[in-house]
Design a protein around this ligand. Structure first.
Ligand code: TA6
Length: 281
């Protein structure tokens, strides 16, 4: 069996600490954001900047921020980048231990103040299944009588011992937008990193591999044909919030998404589950 305990960070953020025979993990109530996941006997699978001071109201710079109900910049003034879900307090709805597998579910109850951003009658929940594998599912349900459209991403930060040695594979046949230009056709199956990379992929196959100096990380997606591949590189690292100048050397983001033509269109009563599954191969 394992243990699940609710604790409070010195800066006031509440979190759930999970420890089983298969993994250790930590999930903050703010943003339902997992910032730590380590399979027993293996290295952690998530990265967090040492520059992040876990201040309430900021999305933690690492782990898996939830970008919802829009990804990226909104076209509406005053609407925060990547939506508002990652800075709001979610409610833990259930915790289950099935032997050594922990399952936790969090729900975001939209406050009146956020109706300006999201006036729709929908329900959003995030489910974590923790074993030697990290499985995260973002579930949307349209409870209203109108069609609802949204974009979203599970903005996963991965630890890379040396970005210069990273090979990311599984991109052949896809298209991508980068720096608001494109779409470009992906050349070959691999992506190497020697500059700022901020690619929004569509028509992307469901599994990518991150070949890192510490081993290969498999990143799978379900009900998603789009993903974002990001490393800020040198210049952007210098002005990014809660990010050290050298952090670009040891991280990459590969984000399961529903963006661009892969956006979510939910008819009344319709549900959708975006899933990302992460493990060391
Ligand atoms: O997912 C890539 C991206 O959209 C980048 O363009 C960069 O802005 C990154 O997200 C981080 O955004 P944040 O709002 O967390 O600083």
């Amino acid at each position: 069996m394992g243990s699940v305990a609710t604790k409070t960070h010195p800066n006031g953020l509440e979190y759930v600490e999970i420890s089983t025979a298969l993994c250790k993990a930590r999930i903050f109530m703010q943003g339902a954001q997992i910032d730590y996941f380590e399979p027993v006997g293996k290295k952690p699978l998530l990265w967090v900047s040492s520059a992040d001071d876990y201040q309430p109201g900021n999305g933690i710079r690492g782990g898996i921020p939830v970008c919802w109900p829009w990804f990226g910049m909104s076209d509406k003034d005053g609407f925060p980048q990547h939506g508002f879900a990652r800075t709001r307090l979610w409610s833990m709805e259930s915790v289950q231990l099935h032997g050594d597998v922990a399952k936790l579910k969090f729900v975001l109850h939209i406050k009146d103040a956020d109706r300006q951003f999201w006036p729709h009658l929908t329900r959003v929940a995030i489910e974590f299944e923790l074993s030697d594998t990290l499985k995260v599912s973002l579930v949307n349900e349209n409870c209203g009588h109108e069609t609802v459209t949204l974009t979203q991403a599970l903005h996963t930060y991965f630890p890379i011992a040396d970005i210069h040695q990273l090979k990311a594979s599984g991109f052949s046949g896809a298209k991508y937008i980068e720096f608001a230009r494109g779409p470009y056709v992906q050349e070959g199956d691999e992506v190497l990193f020697d500059r700022e990379t901020d690619r929004v992929y569509t028509e992307l196959s469901p599994v990518q591999l991150l070949h890192t100096p510490d081993g290969t990380i498999e990143v799978g997606r379900e009900h998603s044909h789009s993903a974002v591949l990001w490393n800020p590189w040198i210049d952007k690292s210098k002005w990014l919030s809660r990010f050290n100048d050298e952090d670009y050397l040891t991280m990459v983001c590969l984000e399961a998404a529903n963006v661009l033509e892969d956006k979510l269109v939910l008819e009344p009563g319709q549900s959708h589950t975006l899933t990302t599954t992460i493990r060391w191969l």
